[in-house]
Design a protein around this ligand. Structure first.
Ligand code: CDP
Ligand code: MG
Length: 703
């Protein structure tokens, strides 16, 4: 069976096109294949079409994973358009809480997280013929885990003497392909030669090694982007910033500076004095993303203000100028604070080069770096540390455990995380009662893995369900899973108005508590005759709340399914609904507990005793003196460690939980791995023979 695909002249010009035949053959001939080529050469959009055309779908779908949600969606849109098909039919996508596929879907773009969930349901991926792990160079946690898991899976398939029908293609933009190939049993590497044009790089010295004030960069990039707009000849601009709020702020500033007359916060579709300003960030609503790729109207310059997503995952045609802030926002696990902290950090030199390269795809370009050469040398590391080595592994370790990988320390990691990180994850899972003292998944752990949420939040939700108050926890979990719903405009007057409206929502909620505030937004909006008008009036992102509505019903479905199976045991606690709600939150967030110390500061109670402050965006900001114990959703590090989404609690609600923060001996938790593998076995393990056997055995655990 082969299907004819018509390739547009544009698609025929892509570097990958002339290697179509060889590529198809290489995929057919090998279980594992590494494909590499410059970003923009056509790997993501074209290769799946080639495989489809060559009839590789006859035994199952082609699944293509992306580390980023936006990439999965936009690429699927693009490919369905290229193939002249309706999105969701032959070509579809699936990201967390948004499934746009049907039974006809043959090419499925998805986040790496979704693929992990599919493996949980079906460890040998029966419904797939080819799995393409894209953007492997990004070294996202989930993609790294998938590479390890598929390596394991495939060794089982051969060890059982069955024909291997699943093909695995790992795609990467140049970096580390040797290492990938070696890891995958020295599989062949297919290189697509690319052409790039020279990019002039300029250091503007606006930020130097001594600049520790990490918020100035927003203003600086705006200034530089406007300079480019006024001084440089035609060509679009791509600005690299750090996150949603910074991007919105920059877009607002760009608008103001471009002297907009009739300005309202809707930055997405107005064009101002020849400058079309478009934000691009991860949690952005789907319908806004398409615009990014459309060429601007005649005589108008496009300026895309993006997160790192535009560095490799997405190629925007027509970009000639790069404005690089030099920063990226990352979730890092801080061993010192014992917490995952969202922080703005300098990018690596290799990342900066990748960013600059985006200007040289179709013609010569220019890259303006707001930092100095000195900063480059002193503050920027050479390479980016893979996510698996710097982030919390809690959710992933739970997934591995549920897949029957008990020995999470010896799992085949492409780059091994420090044992400390694995132990921290095990400890947290134990604290949530997801695993027992021997490191085995509990029945609660098995329930928790069903939810695409952080295990702590899932735990709070499951407890709420047991107490029959899921109606208040489901909306909160949903609101925490979508982009920030509160709009904070750039202009001081409108900012004041927005703040006032948000305060009003907070006070209407009865108690000052950010979780209840989220619930209040959800409920008020839902009950309103015109939700979009209500949102506009209250400076709330309607689209974000709308996706929270959908997320809520999806979470509710999962919960109902589990309840029907009788998996959720009911309990009864005394107390008002509001108290029950907060006590459920305590169960999920007791690892994030702090007590007020001096002045406005709080001290975390997990044994690390880090000093934290309530973020100004919190409804509780300014009320610190009336607070004693709090729990919080996350930590943002800027000039200080700020906790966001905060809830005041009573000591007695966490009293019984707190010992769990200290009692556990982490080495005991990993004992399963240690007991099974004695010194003698370790020696055997190292020999190749044993390696193969071990792979086969551990796979038996999986099935
Ligand atoms: O994966 P790789 O970086 O090798 O390239 P690609 O993402 O397949 O991009 C190939 C071409 O498709 C580029 O010229 C992109 O600009 C274009 N493209 C697009 O116009 N719209 C999209 N949504 C995705 C890609
Ligand atoms: Mg790509």
């Amino acid at each position: 069976m082969s299907t004819h695909v018509f390739y547009s002249s544009e698609a025929c010009k892509l570097p990958i096109y002339q290697f179509k035949k060889e590529l198809i053959q290489a995929v057919k001939d090998n279980t594992f294949l590494v494909v590499t080529g410059e970003t923009g050469s056509g790997k993501t959009t074209q290769l799946p079409q080639y495989l489809y055309e060559a009839g590789l779908c006859k035994d199952g779908k082609i699944g293509v994973t992306q580390p980023r949600r936006v990439a999965a969606i936009t690429v699927a849109q693009r490919v369905s358009q290229e193939m002249g098909m309706k999105l969701g039919e032959e070509v579809g996508y699936q990201v967390r809480f948004d499934d746009c596929t049907s039974k006809n879907t043959m090419i499925k773009y998805m986040t790496d997280g979704c693929m992990l969930r599919e493996i949980l349901a079906d460890s040998v991926l029966t419904h797939y013929s080819v799995v393409v792990l894209d953007e492997a160079h990004e070294r996202s946690l989930n993609t790294d885990i998938l590479i390890g898991l598929l390596k394991k899976t495939m060794s089982k398939k051969t060890s059982h003497g069955r024909t291997v029908c699943l093909k695995v293609v790992v795609m990467s933009a140049t970096l580390e392909t040797e290492k990938l190939s070696a890891f995958l049993g020295h599989c062949p590497v297919f290189t697509i030669p690319g052409r790039t044009f020279p990019v002039t790089e300029k250091f503007l010295n606006l930020i130097g090694p001594k600049d520790t004030e990490r918020s100035a960069y927003v203003k600086e990039v705006v200034k530089v982007a406007l300079d480019v707009h006024t001084n440089e000849r035609a060509g679009d601009i791509l600005v690299f910033l750090t996150g949603q709020s910074e991007i919105q702020k920059a877009c607002d500033l760009l608008f103001q500076k471009a002297e907009v007359i009739d300005y309202r916060y809707d930055v997405n579709d107005s064009s101002v004095e020849g400058l079309l300003i478009l934000p691009l960030y991860g949690a952005m609503p789907t319908d806004q993303q398409k615009q990014i790729f459309q060429p601007p109207p005649e005589g108008i310059r496009k300026c895309v203000v993006a997160t790192n997503i535009a560095a490799t995952s997405l190629t925007i045609n027509g970009i000639r100028y790069i404005v690089d802030s030099g920063f990226v926002k990352q979730l890092n696990h801080s061993p010192r604070a014992g917490m995952d902290i969202l922080e703005v950090v300098p990018i690596s030199k290799s990342e900066a080069q990748q960013r600059a390269g985006r200007a040289g795809r179709t013609s010569a370009g220019k890259c303006f770096r707001i930092y100095s050469k000195d900063y480059w040398e002193k503050c920027m590391p050479d390479y980016t540390v893979p996510e698996i080595q710097r982030t919390s592994l809690t959710a992933v370790i739970l997934t591995l455990k549920c897949l029957g990988v008990h020995d999470v320390i010896r799992f085949p990691y492409l780059d091994r995380p420090e044992e400390r990180l694995i132990l921290t994850a095990l400890k947290q899972l134990y604290q949530y009662d997801a695993i027992d003292r021997r490191g085995q998944v509990t029945s609660l752990g098995k329930l928790m893995v069903e939810f695409p949420l952080h295990p702590g939040l899932t735990r709070a939700l499951l407890k709420a369900a047991a107490l029959d108050c899921e109606d208040i926890m489901l909306p909160v979990a949903a609101m925490l899973s979508v982009e920030n719903v509160f709009i904070r405009p750039g202009q001081p007057e409108t900012q004041k108005e927005a703040d006032q409206k948000h305060r009003q929502i907070a006070s209407e909620a009865g108690s000052f508590n950010d979780f209840v505030m989220l619930l209040n937004v959800f409920e008020k909006c839902k009950a309103s005759d015109s939700p979009s008008a209500w949102c506009r009036d209250h400076w709330i992102h309607w689209r974000a709340v709308k996706s929270a509505f959908s997320v809520e019903s999806q979470l509710r479905e999962i919960l109902h399914r589990l309840e029907e199976q009788g998996a959720v045991e009911k309990e009864k606690w005394d107390g008002s609904r509001s108290e029950l709600f907060r006590r459920c939150l305590c169960l999920g967030y007791f690892t994030n507990v702090a007590r007020r110390s001096i002045g406005k500061s709080f001290s975390t109670m997990d044994g690390h005793g880090s000093t934290v402050h309530i973020h100004p965006s919190s409804a509780l900001s300014g009320q610190e003196s009336q607070l004693d114990w709090i729990i919080f959703h996350d930590v943002l590090a800027t000039s200080r460690m700020f906790v966001r989404t905060v809830c005041p609690i009573r000591y007695e609600w966490v009293k019984d939980l707190l010992p769990k923060l200290h009692e556990v001996d982490v080495y005991e938790l990993s004992s399963v791995a240690r007991e099974e593998v004695t010194d003698e076995e370790v020696a055997k393990w190292e020999s190749k023979e044993a390696l193969k056997r071990q792979a086969a055995e551990s796979f038996e655990d999986v099935s």
